[in-house]
Design a protein around this ligand. Sequence first.
Ligand code: NA7
Length: 541
Amino acid sequence: MNDMQTGQAPVQTFDAIIIGAGMSGMYQLVRLRELGLSVRVLEAGTGVGGTWYWNRYPGARFDSESYSYQFSFSRELLDEWDWSEHFSSQPETLRYLNHVADKFDLRRDIQFSSRVTAAHYDDAMPGWTVTLDNGDSLQCRFLITAIGPLSAPTMPNIPGVETFQGRSCHTANWPHEPVSFEGKRVAVIGTGATGVQTIQEVAKTAKHLTVFQRTPNWCAPLHNSRISKAEMETIRANYPAMFQLCQETFSCFLHTADTRNTFDVSEEERLAFWEKLYASPGFGIWVGNFKDMLTNREANAAISEFVANKIRQRVKDPVVAEKLIPKNHGFGTRRVPMETRYYEVYNQDNVKLVDINETPIERITPTGIKTSDADYAFDIIIYATGFDAITGSFDRIDIRGTDGQKLKDRWRHGPETYLGVMVNGFPNMMMLMGPHMALGNIPRSIEHNVDWVTGLMRFAHDNRINRIEATADEVKAWTDHVKALGDGLLTFEVNSWMTGVNTNVEGKQVRIINRYAGSAPDYRARCDAVAASGYRELALA
Ligand code: NA7
């Protein structure tokens, strides 16, 4: 029976479907159009921007220098966009990404309000059938996931969450209209990078703010500042050198590890270096520190003590200060939240810190939060409880490869990939910023990742290749390589989203190596060698 007989509209078919209109999906669309392919981008939100579309919570901003975090592929775009702050706020970044969408006329190929629920491979096509939350289906030869490593928000597994009668929200589902905290009693649960940015902003206006902390993190000053017109011109004139530097550093940041070990220098020199890093803008203290900071336990203990003393100096109440100092992990072994007067917030009369290890949350009630020793009443509860990171956005889509095998089952004990881009058994599916990718300065990685996938698409197009699959041997080799790179790094000895642990998600209590911990230049060199060899490691048909 054909579509005419069934009365159904024919299934729309594309050369490629991209899931997600964040930075990676947007750039992939630009590149695939250049190949003359028919492309459809499917996006759950009502606008472009991905992370910067969803995370509208108060205080959301870059922790990487704005200009180093933008697209670099178009000189014209670089010339016409001015950044107003060294570390831009979310509204400015979202404006920038909308400007990119306008400039390249991206929206005509993006289908908004379309959440992908399933993607099934069919070898007869060969290709994919993609299903949306409204039941519609689309088909494509190549499926490109641009669904982000931090896009599946998780609510805390605390009883009674749904019973609260006031206003409540996860930071990654923040409303589009402004939320006022004036005169309000506000709770924040979670003290990761998001919680820290939220807390320091909400504390400015809330009548009272109560922070529920399970694990303190090592935070460091962001030292943000405005960019004058003249300074912007100087920054712009330096773009070629700046982007070149990003290509050379370990994680594509403007900062890179110092070539010395911690104890190569005298104590005086060491402390002076750390003081300088603590007083400098951005991630320098994390990724520009002594090179053994995350491999040598004594070195890590020394920098941790330095930062602990900073916290003790900044927080007036010594009992509160001790609660804010991490005890179960060293500095930099988790993502370092960047802050602006975060610690000083706890000196304010309208702010209280509740250590939920001492007094656990028992439940969320209709009026607030009940801990083991008190009943707190709130008007607003903010859940800054993070994400089912890296594999979570894949788990939330029913992705099935050859013989109906589910990707979620395949990755039950951790992801297996080829270059972080492909999985055997899932032909014609390419992942942008998927598991086993270097995170670092993400747009820099995105541009390489997209260019590499585009090169593969071009090769397939030119050589009439309809089916591309990573081999089992190559997937094993890459997965083993990624695991070996994580060996000996203190980061992988700690529970965090960076090691795949999420106490709110069933089956994610065990640490895994889910991201590439080698250098970005090494990663690029490996990918580029594969391309130069004519993709000989792949099974092509
Ligand atoms: P994170 O860094 O995963 O932080 C989540 C926070 O929420 C963290 O403090 C958690 O404590 C806390 N949390 C999670 N579940 C609970 C429950 N059930 N009870 C109490 N507290 C809880 O997410 P972010 O959004 O801050 O940052 C993610 C990344 O996005 C960030 O690193 C940037 O790269 C951008 P825990 O530490 O697990 O004890």
